[in-house]
Design a protein around this ligand. Structure first.
Ligand SMILES: C[S@@+](CC[C@H](N)C(=O)[O-])C[C@H]1O[C@@H](n2cnc3c(N)ncnc32)[C@H](O)[C@@H]1O
Length: 359
């Protein structure tokens, strides 16, 4: 495994071992495996040295339940490298990190800005902030760790040349644009319909307006106040009606699965979905937006039926049809333009077709 350690070190210039807690969870093909450094030091070290995600907290630290919500991790080293490179961090820069987590990325940011630059990292979880502060201090890395809501940024250190965000975002806070008016804001961004799947977004800011194109798919823990939330109970209803929808079964599936959910979600702000059933049987697409619900029952050989809010069904069908009729364009053809109080999605080019969206 020495080879793997060399690989991660060579890739990022720093070993992540000093930043990891004694207990981590490694994701494997059969689920998460709990590794305790005191019990299995070799397996723990292999994981620390590997190019893999290591979960370090569940349910905001309330459980160790791997069926629960992972709420902190040491991110995938190769992805960290990709995001840092795309953020174009240079010596002497002033950088704001959102989501300190283990403190490892903060140390890498400091490596890049050098003695002449500075890094402030904001972490919402008091316990994690304290641990990261201690680890950075022990490693001799000069980073200012602040406990707070990163969605407010950190005004005391502004302006920043770069903002580097390591939690998933759905609504870009105006504070980041004010605090980094001319620079780069790097973040994982997703639509509500795309669920856990986010896209890398490097917003280049000029005079407080950020413009960027969606990049590769990533999965990041969501910012605390922007989590998608529990799906909850579905209201009972018996108003199912059979309808003719201008969508085939395969088209409905594609519109919410893989990258379809991300792109169709660009036209359906605040809308979440679930797809159930499968195989030979009927499938159901469940939709929810602003407290209203709708569902579509469909499947090869089944009559299509709908139930619930007619406006939500109409908006979903319109958004899905728009995407299908354009030949299912991929996320890389879209981007965001964000200014104070306004967020626009653009298609193909920032000055091309665009629409305002409120998330
Ligand atoms: C994927 S982890 C960050 C990984 C980290 N950069 C590292 O190197 O270990 C996401 C972190 O974002 C934090 N977080 C979530 N919402 C936040 C918010 N509103 N403000 C600041 N931090 C937040 C979580 O507590 C968690 O520690």
């Amino acid at each position: 495994m020495t080879g793997e350690l060399d690989l991660v070190r060579e890739m990022l210039g720093r070993d992540r071992t000093p930043f990891l807690p004694d207990v981590v969870w490694r994701s494997t093909a059969v689920g998460y495996v709990r590794l305790d450094r005191q019990v299995e030091p070799a397996a723990w070290q292999d994981a620390a040295d590997a190019d893999c995600v290591l979960v370090t907290q569940w349910d905001d630290g309330e459980t160790e339940d791997t069926e629960g919500l992972p709420t902190c991790s040491a991110s995938l080293p190769s992805l960290v490298e990709q995001m840092l490179d795309a953020t174009d961090i240079r010596e002497g820069h002033s950088v704001l990190e959102i989501g300190t987590g283990t403190g490892y990325t903060a140390a890498l940011l400091k490596d890049r800005v050098g003695d002449g630059g500075c890094v402030v990292s904001v972490e919402v979880d008091a316990g994690l902030a304290e641990l990261a502060r201690g680890r950075l201090r022990d490693a001799g890395v000069d980073v200012d760790v602040v406990r707070g809501d990163g969605l407010l940024g950190w005004g005391a250190g502004a302006p920043y040349d770069r903002v580097h965000v390591t939690c998933g975002i759905r609504r870009i806070p105006a504070a980041w644009l004010r605090q980094c008016p001319d620079g780069v804001i790097m973040l994982p961004w997703g639509t509500s319909l795309s669920g856990e799947r986010d896209r890398i977004l490097a917003l280049r800011t000029k005079n407080g307006v950020g413009v960027g194109r969606f990049g590769d798919e990533v999965g990041f823990m969501k910012a605390r106040s922007q989590r998608i939330g529990e799906w909850g109970d579905w209201p009972d209803g018996d108003d199912t009606v059979e309808v003719e929808l201008p969508l085939r079964a395969e088209e409905i599936e594609a519109s919410v699965e893989a990258y379809g959910g991300f792109v169709v979600g660009l036209q359906l702000p605040r809308t979440t979905c679930r797809l159930t059933g499968g195989g030979e049987g009927e499938r159901v697409l469940w939709l929810r937006r602003d407290g209203v619900h709708a569902s579509i029952g469909f499947g090869e050989g089944h009559r299509t039926s709908v139930e619930g809010d007619a406006g939500l069904i109409r908006d979903y069908v319109g958004a899905a049809r728009w995407w299908l009729d354009r030949g299912r364009p991929e996320p890389g053809r879209f981007g965001l333009a964000v200014g104070e109080g306004e967020q626009r999605v653009w298609f193909d080019a920032p000055d091309g077709e665009s629409w305002k969206v409120s998330w």
